[in-house]
Design a protein around this ligand. Structure first.
Ligand code: MN
Length: 247
């Protein structure tokens, strides 16, 4: 059994999400042969050299899972694209390129974060190209911590206002991009996150029956895609109830 998740947006300010994730690690993920995290795992990441105690504890929790025998694959999202080799090494996970083709349920499947499919958002696509440029990345990683913190805050607040102002169809995937990229990679299944619109879309690409699975974000509930003998099952689950403080 394999699990795929994305868009947890882990941050210290959301202990409910953190608790739900740690619970998944201790239960379903233990039973899985692999766990795929398709981006925006952290709400923000300014560099492996600047891990907070909170981020360190998440890193350690991943390490415990990978030591138990579950392979962990991590893909960058638009929030945590600065996650690097040092984090992956410490956490015992493998960094996956966006996009990547992997073998799931006996077929090649295309995995993406999903932001690169939202091509109608011209402003964001420009910013993305700039932020993923190796030279920009090098400079970002070497900026003083204070500057990186300030930059991350600015990017987050801009992304929030922009998303509120933009039309709904602009922040969703461009429909024509889907068959194009699936044909380019020769797959009939695409799995991505980012849009926070969980669904399994049935598609017809030429003669071929295909599908696009969109993972859900973790906010009021969690989402996971389970791949096993039954195929691909996308389901939400409730967050575990917090233990009451001892009186
Ligand atoms: Mn995203």
């Amino acid at each position: 059994m394999i699990l795929l998740i994305s868009d947890l947006h882990l941050e210290e300010e959301r202990p409910d999400i953190t608790r739900a994730f740690l619970d998944l690690l201790a239960t379903r993920a233990r039973a899985a042969s692999a766990l795929y995290i398709l981006g925006d795992f952290f709400e923000a990441w300014i560099g492996d050299d600047a891990m907070s105690p909170f981020q360190r504890s998440i890193c350690q929790a991943l390490r415990t899972l990978s030591d138990s025998g579950t392979a962990i694959f991590l893909m960058h999202g638009n929030r945590d694209f600065l996650l690097g080799k040092a984090f992956c090494k410490a956490a015992g996970c493998t960094l996956l390129k966006d996009p990547s083709v992997v073998q799931l349920a006996g077929e090649p499947v295309l995995l993406m974060h999903g932001d690169s499919l939202c091509t109608r958002d011209i402003g964001y696509m420009k910013l993305r190209r700039y932020l993923r440029n190796p030279l920009t990345l090098f400079i970002l990683r070497h900026l003083p911590l204070r500057t990186r913190h300030a930059l991350a805050r600015k990017l987050r607040s801009e992304s929030r206002t922009q998303t509120r102002m933009k039309a709904n169809d602009i922040v969703d995937v461009t429909p024509e991009e889907i068959p194009r990229i699936m044909q380019q990679y020769g797959v009939k299944t695409l799995i991505h996150g980012h849009t926070h619109r969980p669904a399994i879309h049935k598609l017809q690409i030429g003669e071929l029956a295909a599908k696009r699975i969109v993972l859900g974000d973790w906010d009021r509930q969690g989402w996971a895609l389970q791949v096993d003998d039954q195929g691909f099952q996308l389901a939400a689950f409730d967050f575990p109830v917090a233990a009451l403080p001892q009186l």
